[in-house]
Design a protein around this ligand. Structure first.
Ligand SMILES: Cc1cc2nc3c(=O)[nH]c(=O)nc-3n(C[C@H](O)[C@H](O)[C@H](O)COP(=O)(O)OP(=O)(O)OC[C@H]3O[C@@H](n4cnc5c(N)ncnc54)[C@H](O)[C@@H]3O)c2cc1C
Length: 500
């Protein structure tokens, strides 16, 4: 950043006013950006350039609850969303074989138990464990109990939920919205990017056998290729493979063998994990693995021999690298979606990061010029989000009893980011959990730490203020309240039929 005499950043390019934007890419990232940007800033001229020849990645079918906020802003309600995306409801993720083969735990999208101002519920639960009166942590979580009994309905007071969705149907929904709000669509393959030789800003995209598309500002949603942010602007990449060595996935769609469950399954194997995402009309399946620990053939066989239901597509391999662009906003370009970065799909966070990128873009939209202070704010905010999610994902691999393969031995031995190590150590030693401001995952940390076997050595002394019988009543009441709510919920598959 340019600095003045006081060392304060200068607004370096206030001449570069922005009224025309080109979004390169018509995948989930491109159309989400087009739909929300055109809704929020109706005077901005927006064109989406996409290429049928390249197509979209075609995966990305599980979400976290923050998507409600995005849908609300677009004016899409839950029933419309479920109908148009052939989706199902997601109450959380069942992690199977993660702590050790044959064991499972659940990460539900709601808070567990009831806390007091000084101590979290888990401190009471922990004391109950020491006294032998606590049940498994998930017994005190509404979403977990509803999911495991296959129940769901929209009810005030919970359960909290997210969605499973068909990515191509979601793109159609977003495209229709965007186009109805004035967004233009340009089909064509970009084969050259023009830049201004003086400042390196992008000026236009040249299409093969098509027009040259000019704009003041470019949003790179071109997927892993990162045609603008990487190939053109050469933005450095922050590589996290040393913490997250998963770098390949194979995806296949199958017929539904059973009615759709209201949760994602994540099944660990000897060098990674497999997903099962139930939609109304089919199952999404995939295997995620590290190529240093499993061959492509073995991964394919593991996937194909374990799916239930007839295969509807050929298994398709995807390569990726975990990390993000050091500056997601560089010059007159912002990268959103896979072009900006990717943290492997274990907690279905990529669509959430797309949403965050769009919201911050709207917040700092450079109508009156590109201000480096705002660019830095944008980059700082996004980097913080990426980092917090990365720590949460690394936790799943690091905190495990598994050492039954070279991959799991690597995970046990790896040195994790200091920010994660500090959280794990503090939780283990004191039972205290650090909830950072505006962090997307909160109670989830507790569920995963405990589920993966990180049990604190101590609990807050406030939990000792209850006698054993009071504590038992406290725990039992919570559990019974949850069961009373779950009994009233309909079966998820029946509910889906009713509203779609
Ligand atoms: C294995 C795997 C599983 C995943 N699971 C989840 C999940 O469960 N939940 C979740 O939230 N996310 C998940 N993701 C991430 C999710 O798939 C993506 O974040 C999401 O689909 C957005 O992709 P995108 O739009 O950035 O890229 P893409 O879908 O790849 O779209 C890129 C677009 O750019 C266009 N394009 C590229 N080059 C050119 C060119 N030269 N000229 C013109 N057009 C061009 C393409 O045509 C396309 O329209 C997963 C990702 C992977 C790899």
């Amino acid at each position: 950043m340019a600095k003045n005499d006081q060392g304060v950043g200068e607004p370096i390019d206030m001449q570069h006013k922005v009224s025309k934007v080109v979004i390169l890419g018509g995948g989930t990232a491109g159309w989400m950006t087009a739909a929300l940007l055109s809704k929020a800033l109706s005077k901005v001229d927006i064109t989406v350039v996409e290429s049928e020849q390249i197509g979209t990645i075609g995966v990305g079918e599980a979400t976290i609850p923050s998507l409600h906020f995005f849908n609300d802003m677009l004016g899409v309600n839950s029933s419309e969303f479920i109908k148009k995306t052939s989706g199902s409801f997601k109450l959380g993720i069942q992690f199977e074989n993660w702590r050790k083969p044959g064991e499972s735990y659940f990460h539900g999208f709601g808070s567990t138990g009831l806390g007091m101002w000084a101590a979290g519920f888990h401190e009471y639960w922990q004391r109950g464990i020491e006294l032998g009166i606590s049940k498994p942590f998930g017994c005190y979580n509404l979403e977990t109990q509803a999911a495991l009994q296959g129940k769901f309905a929209h009810l005030q007071g919970g359960p909290n939920f997210a969605y499973h969705l068909d990515a191509s149907l979601y793109a159609n929904l977003l495209r229709d919205k965007a186009i109805s709000q004035g967004v233009k669509r340009q089909e064509g393959l970009v084969n050259h990017v023009q830049t201004n030789p003086d400042n390196g800003y992008i000026t236009a995209l040249e299409l093969q056998d098509g027009p040259t598309v000019k704009a003041d500002f470019f949003i790179d949603c071109s997927g892993f290729k990162g045609l603008l942010i990487d190939e053109t602007l050469k933005t450095p990449f922050v590589d996290w493979s040393h913490w997250l060595p998963m770098n390949r996935a194979i995806a296949v769609q199958t017929e539904l063998a059973t009615p759709p469950l209201p949760y994602t399954r994540s099944i660990a194997h000897k060098a990674g994990w497999q997903w099962r995402i139930p939609l109304q009309h089919r199952m999404g399946n995939g295997i995620v693995y590290g190529s240093d620990y499993m061959s492509d053939d073995e991964a394919r066989d593991t996937l194909v021999t374990s799916v239930e239901g007839k295969m509807l597509t050929e298994p398709r391999m995807l390569k990726f690298k975990t990390g993000h662009r050091k500056t997601l906003w560089n010059k007159n370009c912002i990268a959103i979606g896979l072009a900006g970065g990717f943290i492997e799909p274990l907690e279905s966070t990529a669509i959430h990061l797309i949403q965050q990128g769009i919201l911050q873009l709207i917040k700092y939209f450079p109508t009156y010029g590109i201000n480096q202070l705002e660019v830095d704010e944008y980059n700082y905010y996004m980097e913080t989000d990426y980092n917090e999610i990365k720590d949460f994902i690394v936790l799943h691999y690091k905190q495990t009893d598994r050492n039954d393969s070279p991959f799991w031995q690597f995970c046990q031995e790896m040195k994790v980011p200091p920010s994660l190590q500090q959280r794990m150590d503090m939780f283990k030693q004191t039972g205290r959990f650090v909830q950072r401001k505006n962090e997307i995952f909160n109670d989830s940390w507790l569920q995963v730490m405990i589920g993966q076997g990180l049990i604190p050595d101590n609990h807050h002394p406030i939990a000792d203020e209850l006698s054993e019988s009071e504590l038992k009543r406290f725990l039992d009441d919570i559990e019974q309240d949850i069961q009373k709510k779950v009994v009233r919920l309909p079966n998820h598959a029946d509910y889906l039929k009713r509203i779609s």
